[in-house]
Design a protein around this ligand. Structure first.
Ligand code: NDP
Length: 453
């Protein structure tokens, strides 16, 4: 079987040269599926994996727009429709200068398995642009979003492909994108999720990824009768996922020591409280400022500037019980994994997608710490997006409590699926294997039923 896994990896390399992030996720996923492929030859015979690593459709397009100085700017737009076996393609849009095909294909492949884990009827996709919203006026962001949607609208729809937010795409961008879609289609439908509460959005969608991540971590420690209350926690990022991870951790009595952005991180030994978090929300969501302002405002906290020449991030060298990486991919490297473990970390729960690089993942898996991959622990966001789609179709709005209860049930069930799948295939306690196997089987069986399409 290892030969077959090696063949798939060779095939992926030959067909996707230079796509580092995509190849990284293919390697992690395919390696962990070896026991299933061995036991169930039907997947190999039907070339399920060969088909899954080839996106069903990739759309790339020009996004021209005019900036505030009257100059023409040109960005590149993408939508990867990766796998539609379980439902309409579903996955976020990322606006960040680093966006390229490799990053979006890795995110789309992860999304396929993640959406499967939620048990909701959603296929997987991802999209975005190399547009950088930082430093742009609201007007510029609106013009960009309108131009982006002027092409994307013909490829998406409530029963076809339903995008949402990701890095650089929050409530403001979803509003502009939805407005343009509605105008072009002359149709008011659930084509995007993460919409405003007053116009089709679901209560708790904003909070869902961060809250879900903490619910998942609670399930992990709860297995041995433990709890997160009183634990010290490192959180990276200060965007949507990080803010609501911190909010829920504070609520359940954990002590959060750090937050960050791409300019560096804050270390607050006294711990974040709701007043400090409100400051971060206003700084990031309204004023769109840099995180060093926090250290000026709250005495006793320190700001440490990012140093890209280092082979590690000093945020992960701070002693704590738990880590919640919630910024971007590969933010924990091999050396960071060593630093976390030598300080006695007990749990690493990924909020960002593929937070840990391949070397770091192997180190965590060879240790006794609890480690969950993003596709399991950050699935709460897309789960509530799925609930937003249901509410839009039914033309109803559920209460915050109702959505929160459903989110808790979904995170509990994802946790159980991971644990059961890892047990069944002989790698008990390995959440990477559990998540990949449980997510894969559902998609693969649907593909078998639907024929070679
Ligand atoms: P946001 O844009 O709201 O926030 C991203 C945060 O990460 C910011 O603090 C940003 O800092 C920081 N960041 C981004 N890129 C880098 C980088 N290269 N180096 C250091 N810091 C960086 O995004 P989200 O919170 O929505 O997303 C965070 C992660 O969670 C992503 O991996 C995303 O794919 C994943 N995710 C998000 C979901 C959601 O519902 N939003 C759902 C599931 C996963 P700065 O502002 O300086 O760039």
């Amino acid at each position: 079987m290892f030969e077959y896994v090696a063949e798939i990896l060779e095939l992926a390399k030959a067909k996707n040269p230079g796509e580092t992030e995509f190849l990284q996720t293919v390697q992690e996923i395919v390696e962990s599926l070896a026991p299933v492929l061995e036991k169930e030859p039907k997947y190999r015979q039907a070339k399920i994996l060969e088909r899954m690593i080839e996106p069903e459709r990739i759309i790339t397009f020009r996004v021209p727009w005019v900036d505030d100085k009257g100059e023409v700017q040109v960005n590149r737009g993408y939508r990867i429709e990766m796998n539609g076996a379980l439902g309409p393609y579903k996955g976020g849009l990322r606006f960040h200068p680093s966006v390229n095909l490799s990053i979006l294909k890795f995110l789309a492949f992860e999304q396929v398995l993640k959406n499967s884990l939620t048990t909701l009827p959603m296929g997987g996709g991802k999209g975005g642009s190399d547009f950088n919203p930082k430093g742009k006026s609201n007007n510029e962001v609106m013009h960009f979003c309108q131009s982006f949607m002027s092409e994307l609208f013909r490829h998406i729809g409530p029963n076809t492909d339903v995008p949402a937010g990701d890095i650089g795409v929050g409530a403001r961008e979803i509003g502009f994108l939805f407005g343009q879609y509605k105008k072009l289609r002359n149709e008011y439908s659930g084509v995007l999720t993460g919409k405003g509460i007053g116009w089709g959005g679901s209560l708790l969608r904003t909070e869902a990824t961060g809250y879900g991540s903490v619910y998942f971590a609670s399930e992990m420690v709860g297995q041995n009768g433990g709890s997160l209350s009183g634990k010290t926690c490192l959180v990276s990022g200060s965007g949507n996922v990080a803010q609501y991870t911190v909010e829920k951790l504070i609520e359940i009595g954990a002590k959060v020591l750090t937050m960050s952005d791409s300019s560096g991180f804050i270390y607050d030994q006294a711990g974040f409280d709701s007043e400090k978090l409100s400051f971060i929300k206003e700084l990031k969501n309204v004023r769109r400022g840099r995180i060093n302002e926090y250290a000026d405002k709250f005495k006793g906290s320190e700001f440490k500037a990012a140093d890209r020449s280092l082979d590690h991030n000093p945020l992960w060298s701070i002693k704590a019980n738990c880590a919640f990486p919630s910024a971007t991919q590969n933010e924990i490297r091999g050396k960071d994994a060593d630093n976390l473990m030598s300080n006695g970390i007990e749990l690493v729960c990924e909020g960002s997608n593929m937070s840990t690089d391949y070397e770091g993942v192997q180190k965590f898996l060879n240790s006794s710490i609890l480690y969950s991959p993003g596709k399991a622990s950050n699935a709460g966001g897309v789960a509530v997006s799925g609930l937003e789609m249901s509410q839009n179709s039914l033309r109803v709005g559920w209460t915050r409590e109702e959505v929160d209860n459903r989110l808790k049930i979904i995170m509990k069930s994802i946790h159980k699926s991971c644990v059961d799948a890892a047990d069944k295939y002989g790698t008990a306690g390995n959440y990477v294997h559990g998540a990949n196997i449980a997510g894969f089987i559902k998609v693969a069986d649907a593909m078998l039923d639907q024929g070679v399409v």
